[in-house]
Design a protein around this ligand. Structure first.
Ligand code: NAI
Length: 456
């Protein structure tokens, strides 16, 4: 059977491409060895947000007095939270299955392998069948990085060390959780377990948490969570995993920490091995499939979308890349732009950002104007929160007066950041932004306040 498009991987990159291409009338075969939805749906975005919401409600209940509401006997049932998480995931996986069916996509549950080309067609083998395709999309995702730490392998085998996957199924709250890596996964999970009662330590190799996010915001986030009780050990590397403890070393200290569970969250790497990528000669750079702005690889009619290209390892980047690849196959003009791609860390408060940081602009030597204000300028924020630390940082190009960066720390910012993303994508000037009517009262108005304070 000859297909218009063969897709390897059923995560947000793969299933979005299948849906869009199927709806455009293409004949699609999608191969997934595990569960449709990929990491995002099964062991990433959705399960973590489900669980974090329970923790948020628990926190609200414990602190309801601030809002003149008395609550008693507040308790947290971790096993029930895991159960609810599984239910939410199941429903959403069912939704993806339904979408595939409605879009006429043939889903093959199999560990498929690439076998180069037969004539002009790409060949994929699965379940003792051969599938031939005019186009190929590789959307095989990523897997946790396992660094060469002594005893880590044994720790992972015994369950003392877990990755982002296993931690979501812990039915008991660990008394002491140590997190290796203070990036996105590390911080979200540290936030969750701290809120529900674990004593949490985060060990981070760099001198700051939260990677390349705005330096002021990541410092504020660290201060907030230090006050809540998380211990951050920075500029430290874990060198050994022992029986019930880990050893870390920093410039002047070498110490051991006892823990009940250790979360390993030191990054992810693209999945480029084990399915015959070599058979096509697809170019790999830095461990990731090299793609251009149309998500094309070096081999004509072979595309790659999602974590496997090593660009922005985010579900929403993957789905947009998938759309760009499909549009290119369909002969429609489209291209990936990453400067409008938002990032979010779902801590409490949340961090959300889009566009350039001041550090990046300083490096480029590009002139800019910047303002940072607390969210107390927003009436809704004052009405609904306990006025935790917050920040709205807006960066504007000094020459053409367009918004080029927005960095937020506060409530609801994961929902607000798209506003700034569109402004950046559309290259809106301060004057144009000022003409937009924001609903009142909303926390989003903080952006409008900031713009007026910048330009008057
Ligand atoms: P990450 O790259 O965000 O953070 C890893 C951290 O570990 C870095 O700060 C790094 O300096 C540190 N590190 C590396 N080796 C270390 C060592 N030996 N000892 C101590 N620290 C060490 O990776 P993370 O958190 O594992 O997330 C993986 C991917 O998943 C990311 O690309 C992220 O974007 C994505 N993700 C996105 C989410 C979101 O959008 N909210 C949620 C969860 C994951």
């Amino acid at each position: 059977m000859v297909y218009d498009l063969l897709i390897l991987g059923g995560g947000p990159g793969g299933y979005t491409a299948a849906e869009r291409a199927g709806n455009a009338g293409l004949k699609i075969a999608l191969f997934e060895k595990d569960t449709l939805g990929g990491v995002c749906l099964n062991e990433g975005c959705i399960p973590t947000k489900t669980m974090l919401n329970s923790a948020k409600i628990y926190n609200h209940a414990n602190n309801s007095e601030i809002f003149a509401v008395t609550s008693a006997d507040v308790s947290f049932n971790q096993a029930q939270v895991v159960k609810r998480k599984n239910k939410v995931v199941k429903i959403l996986v069912g939704g993806v299955k339904a979408k595939m069916k409605n879009s006429g996509v043939e889903v093959i549950k199999a560990d498929a392998s690439l076998h180069g080309k037969e004539g002009a067609l790409f060949r994929v083998d699965a379940c003792n069948e051969t599938y031939l395709g005019k186009n190929l999309l590789i959307a095989t995702g990523s897997t946790p990085t396992i660094p060469p730490i002594s005893g880590l392998k044994e720790g992972l085998e015994s369950g003392f060390v877990v990755t982002n996957k296993e931690i979501l199924d812990l039915e008991e709250i660990p008394e002491r959780l140590t997190v290796i890596g203070g990036g996105v996964i590390g911080l979200e999970m540290a936030s969750y377990f701290q809120t529900i009662g674990s004593r949490v330590t985060v060990i981070e190799m760099q001198d700051h948490i939260a990677g390349d996010t705005d330096s002021q915001i990541r410092k504020m986030l660290q201060d907030i969570y230090t006050k809540k009780g998380i211990k951050f050990i920075l500029e430290a590397k874990v060198t050994k995993v022992g029986d019930g403890y880990i050893r870390y070393e920093s410039t002047d200290v070498s110490a051991e920490i006892e823990a009940d569970i250790v979360l390993l969250s030191v990054g992810r790497r693209p999945v480029i091995e084990g399915y015959g990528l070599d058979s096509l000669g697809v170019e790999v750079e830095g461990g990731a499939i090299k793609t251009d702005a149309q998500c094309r690889t070096n081999i004509p009619r072979v595309y790659a979308a999602g974590d496997v290209n090593g660009r922005w390892m985010l579900a929403h980047a993957a789905s947009r890349e998938a759309e760009v690849a499909v549009n290119t196959i369909l002969g429609k003009e489209d291209e990936m732009t990453y400067n409008n791609c938002p990032g979010v860390i779902y801590t409490s408060p949340e961090v959300a950002y889009v566009g350039a940081t001041t550090a990046e602009l300083d490096l480029e030597g590009r002139p800019y104007k910047m303002i940072d204000i607390p969210f107390s300028y927003s009436g809704r924020y004052m009405a609904e929160t306990n006025r935790e630390q917050s920040l709205c940082k807006l960066i504007v190009d000094e020459v053409d007066h367009t918004l080029v960066g927005c960095h937020l720390l506060g409530p609801y910012v994961s929902e607000i950041i798209i506003t700034a993303g569109i402004m950046i994508e559309r290259k809106m000037t301060l004057t144009e932004i000022k003409q937009q009517i924001f609903p009142h009262p909303t926390v989003a108005e903080i952006i409008r306040e900031g713009i007026f304070l910048l330009q008057g």
